[in-house]
Design a protein around this ligand. Sequence first.
Ligand SMILES: Cc1cc2nc3c(=O)[nH]c(=O)nc-3n(C[C@H](O)[C@H](O)[C@H](O)COP(=O)(O)O)c2cc1C
Length: 176
Amino acid sequence: MKILVLNGSPRPNGNTNGMIKAFRKGAASVGHQVDVIDVCRMKINGCLACEYCHTKGRGECVQKDGMQQIYALLSESEMLVIASPIYYHGITGQLKCVLDRFYSAAYPSRPPKLKKAAMILSSGAPDMYDEAMFSYQGDFLDYLGLEDMGVFTAHGGENGSSQKLAELFGFGASLK
Ligand SMILES: Cc1cc2nc3c(=O)[nH]c(=O)nc-3n(C[C@H](O)[C@H](O)[C@H](O)COP(=O)(O)O)c2cc1C
């Protein structure tokens, strides 16, 4: 299947990207196609709440920026992976802008092929995931109705450990 990973970390060699790479290798090893979008390298504005997408635009966002690439991938992908470091108890601001812009992509219903979701989170301290998990559960599982394929977290010394990377590889390789 086609899998879209939204990477909210600005650090190319950071902990989040390490987990994404291991996941991607595992998924690719069983034939999945994984597109990783580094949202911090793109110019993506926050939602304007203009309601154009929910009225005249019929699902199309009035803003034309890096989201066009993400909208195109969203319309083709069967699975979405939200990956982020924890910044002040939540996902990064850059990734939050992207998720807010789903306002148009989720209208009048979710992207047609999108069925599954997963989350990858990295933090310094343990037990830092409540805010990100609340959004994942409420916005992606409940509101969009996506099937939860798993949430993978790493904090402190777990980051970059061979055990954690093996877990992410195994997750990717387990996907049907
Ligand atoms: C601006 C900022 C805010 C952070 N806030 C938290 C936090 O609230 N809780 C926490 O445990 N770690 C926090 N961290 C640490 C990162 O989550 C942690 O270092 C993570 O592994 C970074 O992932 P990366 O290497 O993919 O960028 C913060 C780091 C930064 C730069």
